[in-house]
Design a protein around this ligand. Structure first.
Ligand SMILES: CC(C)(COP(=O)(O)OP(=O)(O)OC[C@H]1O[C@@H](n2cnc3c(N)ncnc32)[C@H](O)[C@@H]1OP(=O)(O)O)[C@@H](O)C(=O)NCCC(=O)NCCS
Length: 296
């Protein structure tokens, strides 16, 4: 059972230095857990700055990033309207979990909301509207509109052997063929998917053109564009149902989310091979090749 969960809206802000009390007059120090996740202490920069480094290295303009983001939003909205995303979402409702002898626990949705059954960040976002947003860094290309959204989510799937599935009459969504993980310089961590995908292809003897669909996490718009440029990727095969700029990047849940979306997209389009891939803060890239066996 492979599970990832992340609540970015409930990331705590904690004081680590005061276990033994506060010294009168000295500063009280708080740390934001989310910032801890988005800052690289080795490179001394945050994730947005790693994308800015890639924008410079690959000559990616603000206009290109906004257009890419706008397309991601449009694809996500269209896929939602077509009912694609609903096929992989378990609605969250107000509910109680009770077990004799224990205090009941549960989920309580806010206000009058009775069910959350769709991602809430996607919205039509024309490039000229995104173009008006203030960059996070003066003169930079990344904004709140063309970077992955900070969201709450969980994702889960079951991975088993082919023989177990067959013996128990289970029909797998996809076959896991191979995986690859690589290290890259932390200050350009976002390029990670490019060498990871290259290594994966080398290991499996496949060509880029053999891959029908790519789900590459859109940590930041410039980051994904840099990966696409580095690989010479056909972007019409990339994140065809929208990416993390529109749907969000709940850090720990993203890997499973990308791969489930990819498996379902391969089934929808009748294509055989797909690669899901993500960059990893700290300087890594990871990629997974899956196969839609019905198209084999
Ligand atoms: C980029 C980032 C710093 C922005 O954070 P933020 O400043 O809190 O962003 P907000 O959600 O407030 O958005 C900024 C503005 O853009 C607007 N905006 C965001 N998306 C928009 C859209 N699709 N259309 C129009 N406006 C939009 C917001 O309404 C907000 O406007 P306001 O300032 O008038 O309120 C943050 O989202 C981030 O770090 N994302 C990337 C995370 C990451 O790197 N993850 C990968 C780790 S490897």
């Amino acid at each position: 059972l492979v599970v990832g969960t992340e609540s970015m809206t409930r990331n705590p802000i904690a004081a680590f230095d005061h276990r033994t009390g506060f010294k009168l007059g000295s500063p009280v120090g708080f740390k934001d857990f989310m910032w801890e996740a988005l800052k690289d202490p080795a490179a001394g920069i945050n994730m947005i700055q790693t994308a800015e480094n890639l924008a410079k290295k690959y000559n990616i303009t603000r206009e290109e990033v906004d257009q890419f983001a706008s397309d991601s939003f449009a694809k996500a909205v269209a896929a939602q309207a077509a009912g694609f995303h609903a096929g992989e979402i378990v609605p969250v409702v107000t509910e109680k979990f009770e077990l004799e002898g224990y205090i009941p626990r549960g989920i309580k949705l806010q206000g009058k909301v009775i069910e959350v059954n769709a991602d809430t960040h996607p919205r039509i976002s024309p490039a000229d509207v995104l173009g008006k947003l203030r960059p996070v860094y003066e003169g930079g290309v990344q904004t709140g509109g063309n970077s992955s959204a900070l969201v709450d989510a969980a994702a889960a799937c079951v991975v088993t052997s082919g023989s177990y599935a067959k013996a128990n009459g289970k029909k797998p969504l996809a076959r896991v063929v191979a995986a690859a993980a690589v290290g890259v310089p932390p200050e350009i961590m976002g390029i990670g998917p490019a060498p990871a995908i290259r290594l994966l292809l080398e290991r499996t003897g496949l060509k880029l053109s053999d891959i029908g669909r790519f789900e590459i996490n859109e940590a930041q718009g410039a980051q994904t564009l840099a990966v696409a440029k580095e690989l010479g990727l056909d972007v019409s095969k990339l994140n065809v149902n929208g990416g993390a700029i529109a749907l969000g990047h709940p850090l720990a849940a993203t890997g499973v989310r990308l791969t489930i979306t990819l498996a379902r997209e391969l089934q929808r389009s009748g294509l055989r091979y797909g690669i899901s891939s993500a960059c990893v803060g700290g300087g890594q890239g990871i990629a997974l090749l899956i196969e839609n066996q019905e198209a084999a």
